[in-house]
Design a protein around this ligand. Structure first.
Ligand code: AQP
Length: 342
């Protein structure tokens, strides 16, 4: 463990690999907004280098990156207070990732469940980038010496690997240089599930649009998706224990709780005994009330593309001012001739 006192600094990212989902919002973005404030420096990134580990149409990648930036701002990230940028514009991420490719072990990567899920049965045909994804993610975090990383539950294993990489680097080189980052996985909706299948995570890349709520969906679409969400025939229980073996019911209750800043227990104390026919319209109304202002603001910002590009460019400049000296110090520790402390 490290003795060094690191500046309390938050880093997290979202892939512009599709449109933002309610899962990304509740599991990540809403939490990013909560952490913005006097306690931390906050750095948020559109991780476009991660997105291309699976095929992205270039025009769609451009659009999705700008729309994601609009989503960050519409959700409450202030680009003056937080650093907001896209990953490819800060080359230090990829440069540190190479060092980490040489620190991480093949066996560590092979154990990653996201690799297994995304590569599927045809691993030989998956990109090398998809395999090395967690080393780039470790670099994203550690290039800023970030101490806290808010993420959804699905990223827990990658964050453990980030800690392993930091520990191994520090041990291999006999330094106390990289912090051992704390994952921040909190709230009622750390894993929002598909609306069609309570055993699958809600995901941008799910082929079924009915499986997810997109942050750009209009009120009618949100209400329709919730109305058609898979459920069971029983009434809602009054306590969380009663949701055991009812993944779809649990999911809708968790989503309601997260949208309303409550715990699932508090929600069930109010709605226990109700049938889904009554609960779903309540959830739809709440979801529309919370999400519509964000989607309206996103649409407005998307009409100001040049302004989004300016915010991203300015964010990248500020990010590089932190990342460049840390990369140079890393090179110096590794023994690269020409590296000098920034
Ligand atoms: N369903 C979810 N519930 C809670 N949190 C979630 N996150 C993603 N899905 C859920 C969190 O959102 C952040 C950004 O995720 P990402 O875009 O980097 O990649 P992902 O986790 O792979 O998300 P998707 O939507 O499933 O993207 P695709 O389909 O491209 O793979 C992370 O903090 C993640 O935990």
């Amino acid at each position: 463990m490290t003795e060094t006192q690191f500046t309390p600094r938050v880093f997290s990212g979202i892939q512009p690999s599709g449109g933002l989902t309610l899962g990304n919002y509740l599991g990540a973005m809403k939490r990013f907004v909560d952490m913005q404030g006097p306690d931390f420096e906050t750095i948020y990134c559109m991780v476009d280098l991660h997105a291309i580990t699976v095929w992205q149409d270039p025009a769609a990648l451009t659009h999705n990156t700008r729309e994601l930036c609009a989503g960050f701002i519409a959700a409450g990230i202030d680009p003056e207070q937080s650093i907001l940028f896209n990953q490819s514009q800060v080359p230090e991420h990829a440069q540190l990732a190479w060092i980490f490719n040489c620190v991480a072990r093949m066996g560590w990567m092979q154990r990653m469940t996201q690799w297994k899920d995304k590569a599927g049965k045809n691993q030989q045909n998956a990109s090398l980038g998809l395999f090395a994804y967690p080393a780039l993610m470790a670099a994203d975090i550690l290039i800023y010496h970030a101490t806290h990383v808010p993420v959804g539950e699905d990223q827990k294993q990658h964050l453990e690997l980030t800690r392993d990489i930091a520990i191994k680097f520090n041990n291999d080189f006999g330094v106390d240089f990289f912090p051992i980052t704390e994952p921040v996985i909190e709230g009622a909706a750390t894993r929002v599930m598909s609306l069609r299948d309570g055993s699958k995570k809600m995901s941008k890349s799910d082929p079924s649009d009915m499986s997810r709520i997109n942050m750009t969906d209009d009120a009618d679409t949100i209400a329709k998706k919730i109305r058609k969400a898979k459920t069971d025939p029983d009434a809602l229980p009054s306590e969380v224990d009663g949701l055991e073996d009812r993944p779809e019911a649990r999911n809708l209750v968790n989503v309601y709780a997260a949208l309303n800043d409550q715990t699932s227990d508090q929600v069930l104390a109010e709605v226990g005994g109700k049938q889904f026919g009554e609960f779903k319209p309540m959830l739809a109304e709440l979801a529309v009330a919370r999400l519509s202002p964000i989607s309206t603001e996103m649409a407005r910002l998307m009409g100001e593309e040049a302004e989004i590009d300016r915010i991203l460019a300015r964010g990248a400049e500020k990010a590089r001012a932190i990342a460049a000296p840390i990369l140079q110090q890393t090179y110096e520790i590794v023994g690269m001739v020409g590296a000098k402390q920034g």
